[in-house]
Design a protein around this ligand. Sequence first.
Ligand code: ATP
Ligand code: MG
Length: 381
Amino acid sequence: MTKRLGILGGGQLARMLVQAAIPLGIETVVLANRNDEPAALVSKAVVGEWSDRALLDQFAQAVDVVVLENEFIGSEKLAYLASKGVQLVPDQATLGLIEDKAQQKLTLAAAGLPVPALALIESLDDVAAFGAEHGFPLMLKTRRNGYDGRGTAKIRSAEEIASACSSLGFPENPVFVEAWVPFEAELATLIIRSVSGEQCVYPVIETYQPSGVCRVVRAPAPFSAAIQQQASEVAQATAAALGGLGILAVEMFLTSKGQILVNELAPRPHNTGHYSIEGCYCSQFENTIRAALGWPLGDPQLRHQSAVMVNVLAPTTRPLESSLIQTALKPQVHVHWYDKRSAKPGRKIGHITAVGAEPSEVEARAQAAVDQLERVLAEPV
Ligand code: ATP
Ligand code: MG
């Protein structure tokens, strides 16, 4: 019997997983908070408060194997679902290593993988001591629930320590501090490990993240084969050190000295992998599903010389509807509209991918469509 696929989350990543499940003939059930979330609009859904055990029971009964769309669900909820007989890919042990970003990096450091210098923070004095040792600026981060740069604060000097800590909700909200990395570029890749033992590795891409939000993804990363190889090996060693199954996104820094440092991991499809829908033979979403079911994996390689994805960010708070995208529907771009009913400024509401032969032309094509769409979105309602 074909297993029913459960997806923990109702956002755009879940929506694109649902989209990938359809041609494979797989039934999906998403666990969402609201009926109008992007994935709940297009799939069977169990909707409500995730802290509600009765709701988790209902979800557990409706699915056989479960994948994640975010790492903030809490590994104890995964343990609860496992106790109800649901298969989790990744499992609660893997999520437990990743959900706390400080723990995540300490695990990697202990395995000998390259990460920026970091320290757990109990008091403002701990930050000052780290600054005295490593110099300013520093990067302060929340241990949990950070995304799109929310949960990070740059500390330029000792005078900014107190304000940065309070801006992240410390001491109620646990934080850690990291040495500033004057990186040359940000790279990322995806490793997918099937429950069957098969593994595939996606190309190394470059991601451009002004103010901590991913804006552009360039595939392949415009760096030498040696740098791509080095980044891919670090990512594969990272996946091996964690030992879990399913998809692992690995975000990395490339330093000016040509060193690769791991920045962040995510045990779920990742924004930096959306290009794979049109750019690769088999997308991150489809391979995530195949891996969870133990079905043969698809080829992760690029099927075009270049693929570029540009995120669409909401310029203002306004009602959203898909007729707005018409202006971006140029002949050779792929528009993905997440169908969020509203969004705060700066939030991701869609993305546009272009593929082709010449990277700068491909990027200009995707960027022009996004610029056009964001202009329309910024017009007064
Ligand atoms: P995501 O949306 O990918 O989950 P996030 O908000 O969880 O991101 P990080 O990926 O840790 O947070 O940081 C966001 C961005 O901030 C990075 O992509 C990078 O541009 C910058 N950044 C993070 N850590 C450092 C550092 N140590 N030195 C310099 N820049 C950093
Ligand atoms: Mg990140």
